[in-house]
Every structure is written in structure tokens, then in C-alpha cells.
Design a protein around this ligand. Structure first.
Ligand code: SF4
Length: 385
């Protein structure tokens, strides 16, 4: 069963830390967007029917993820048309049951009871809400367009509409001068009882307002210690409330993992449509042009919007396998260390970076803090078993 990702690139403004491929628009060209994505799908299918490469779209869907950008800006009629066409294209009888996980990323200010009811009626059964912080001062600094009160209102509206699988995104490790109270934000997020939380440390990306503020000395970049302290605090607060991290940045309760993102983390194939969307067939990756106008032009002219492809070498696939295994709670089999000059798994355990679960080694929070260096240790010294 395939996993389908749609990149919806539109935002009403750019957040201060964001370097995603977005198109800032006051009015969303919803009709053009839906037509373009469906046309791209037709093109992918025609190519695959001719060449029959690995990863050709199959019938049926396991997960559908609308990410962005801000998918919650799509008007309900456009979303209905899009999801109905995709349902038909993939031969899915109905998106309204929970057989297909249908996630929509939403900004809190876009969610009302009426809109959430519309989403539910077209098959959306999971919403990932860009909360980021419950401090209005911080939200203003981030250039977000919602205030803290809208987050709770959005969660209530979603539940009222029958969407109870809700994830909240929060950003931590903000510059010290903001005096953000991370503990308070965690407590307020937990008080809403979401099934899932995604926690991301702030990174300073080039060509963002934040990078410009830092380069002219208006903001001091966050220190590494703050990142580690806040990450570990999140682990302890969430564990005390019954949540479990199943991936370096993602925690859930009652096993309500993101099925879509779990597919990425376990190396399964997926198809991405829309500007900047990536696809992977288990062997090769390809990605579309990032800019919306270039994407729309290519598709309208009947050309492929694919910008580039790369076939992964066996070494790259191995590196990726190790990285994905260590970043999730799947962990690495102990046999991964059976080779010449391996790092010592006993030392990793002794340092508190991994713990043994059956025949696998799974990262602890301390291990996830040094994930890159663990992967380097394991892959630098030769092929992994
Ligand atoms: S809403 Fe999301 S995608 Fe859009 S600018 Fe903000 S962080 Fe980036």
C-alpha cells in the first residue's frame, strides 16, 4: 500500500525561522494547484505505465499526508475536489474510515468548527497543528499569525468535528533573550491532551529573517546547552504524562504514531506530488522543482516537474539504514556491531547513549542528542553487518 505526500506550498507570510519552499500569497491559487497536482499524478502514471520502473504507483493508499506550506489554507471545495480525485485515482472506496491515515497540517488560526467539520467529511482524520509556543510574545517574534488562545480553540474545534487524532508541533531552544518558559509551554501543550507531539529544536537556516537578525547582531543564536536541557526536560515531562518518544523528535501516547512519517523512518517507498516534493522507490530518490511558478509552468506544459534524481549507492543505503534505525525506537540489531573494529556497544550502553531491548540497541534521550556522532562512529569504520 503506497504512501502519498502532497506539498501545498502556500503561506500568508514567512515565519522568522522558516526556509521551506513556500509561496507567500494573499490569495491561494487553489484551483490551479489542484489541477497541477492531479496532472502531475497523471504524468507519473503514464511514465510508469511505459517504463514500469520500481515504485510505480500501486492501487490503494495506506497514508496520505498534506504538508506544506499551509495546507489548511486550501478552501474546502478545492480540498474536496483534490481528495475525491485522489481517492478515485488510487481506487480507495472511502477516505472516511480510518483505513487510510489522512493527515492535514494546519495553522491554528485556520481551524474553526465549520472548517474542521468540512475536513472530516472529506476524509481528514488526523491534524498536525503548528502550535510552536503558548507565549504570544514568542509567537509574534516567530512571525506566526496565531495567538496562544487560538491553539486551544483549534483543538476543541477539531475534537468537536470528530477529529481526535491531533498532533501539536512545538519549537524549543529559542534564543535566551526571549526568556521563553519551555516548561510552561510543555505543560500547556499537555493540558490539551494531544495524542502526538512533534518537538523541533530551532535551527538557524540561511536566507531566513532569523539569520539576518543574527548576522546584524540583533539576536544571539541559541546555545547548544539550551538545546540539550530543553530536549531532556521534554523527555521527562512527556514520560510523566504517559507519552513515549518513538523517534528523535516525535512522541505519542496510546501508540498513536504517525503512520505516514513512520513509513519514511522505516525506509518504505513513497510518492510525493507538488513543488519540492520528494519521492522514493526503495532504490532511487527524485524531487520536484521547488518554486511554485516553475512547477506550475512545467506541469501545465505537459513536462515533468522533476528537478533531479539520485540512485543511492549501496554505501548510501547502508548509511541511511543505520541512521533511520537509530533515530527511531526500532533501533539497531546487536549484529550491526559484528565486524572489524566496531565501536563498542558496551561502551555506548555504559555511557547511557543506548539501551538494550531484546536483541536491539535503541537510543536513549542522551543518545538521540548525539545521533549524528553515533551514526558516524558506526559507519566510518567499515561496512555494517
Ligand atoms: S507556516 Fe510553516 S511553512 Fe509557512 S512560513 Fe511558517 S513555518 Fe514556514
Amino acid at each position: 500500500m503506497p504512501h502519498l505526500y502532497l506539498h501545498v506550498p502556500f503561506c500568508v507570510r514567512r515565519c522568522s525561522y522558516c526556509d521551506f519552499s513556500i509561496a507567500v500569497r494573499k490569495r491561494i491559487p487553489a484551483r490551479e494547484y489542484v489541477d497541477a497536482v492531479l496532472r502531475e499524478l497523471e504524468g507519473v502514471r503514464a511514465t510508469d505505465a511505459g517504463a514500469a520502473p520500481r515504485g510505480a504507483p500501486e492501487r490503494g493508499l495506506d497514508t496520505l499526508y498534506l504538508g506544506g506550506g499551509t495546507p489548511s489554507l486550501l478552501p474546502i471545495d478545492a480540498l474536496t475536489g483534490l481528495l475525491t480525485s485522489l481517492r478515485d485515482a488510487f481506487g480507495v472506496t472511502s477516505l472516511r474510515d480510518h483505513d487510510v491515515e489522512v493527515t492535514l497540517e494546519a495553522n491554528p488560526e485556520d481551524v474553526t468548527t465549520e472548517i474542521a467539520t468540512g475536513w472530516r467529511s472529506v476524509g481528514v482524520n488526523r491534524v498536525s497543528l503548528g502550535a510552536q509556543s503558548f507565549d504570544d510574545r514568542v509567537l509574534t517574534w516567530m512571525h506566526r499569525s496565531h495567538d496562544a488562545a487560538r491553539i486551544g480553540a483549534a483543538v476543541h474545534a477539531l475534537r468537536g468535528a470528530g477529529i481526535d487524532n491531533i498532533s501539536l508541533d512545538l519549537i524549543f531552544a529559542l534564543p535566551a533573550e526571549l526568556q521563553r518558559d519551555w516548561e510552561r509551554d510543555l505543560a500547556l501543550a499537555l493540558s490539551l491532551g494531544p495524542d502526538h507531539l512533534s518537538l523541533y529544536g530551532l535551527t538557524v537556516e540561511e536566507r531566513t529573517p532569523l539569520a539576518r537578525w543574527i548576522s546584524r547582531g540583533a539576536v544571539v543564536p541559541p546555545e547548544d546547552d539550551r538545546y540539550a536541557d530543553e530536549y531532556l526536560l521534554a523527555h521527562s515531562r512527556l514520560a510523566a504524562s504517559g507519552y513515549r518518544f518513538y523517534e528523535v523528535s516525535n512522541a505519542c501516547r496510546d501508540e498513536r504514531r504517525s503512520r505516514h512519517n513512520s513509513a519514511y523512518w522505516s525506509g518504505r517507498p513513497y510518492l510525493g506530488l507538488g513543488p519540492a516534493a520528494h519521492s522514493y522507490d526503495g532504490r532511487a530518490r527524485r524531487w520536484n522543482v521547488a518554486a511554485w511558478p516553475a512547477y506550475a509552468r512545467a506541469v501545465a506544459a505537459g513536462r515533468s516537474p522533476v528537478e533531479s534524481r539520485e540512485v543511492l549507492t549501496p554505501e548510501q543505503r547502508e548509511l541511511e539504514r543505520v541512521y533511520l534505525a537509530l533515530r527511531s525506537d526500532a533501533g539497531l540489531p546487536v549484529t550491526a556491531f559484528d565486524r572489524p573494529r566496531p565501536p563498542s556497544p558496551a561502551r555506548w550502553v555504559e555511557q547511557g547513549w543506548v539501551e538494550v531491548r531484546g536483541d536491539r540497541l535503541v537510543c536513549t534521550p542522551q543518545g538521540w542528542l548525539r545521533l549524528d556522532s553515533l551514526v558516524r562512529d558506526l559507519t566510518d569504520v567499515g561496512a555494517v553487518a
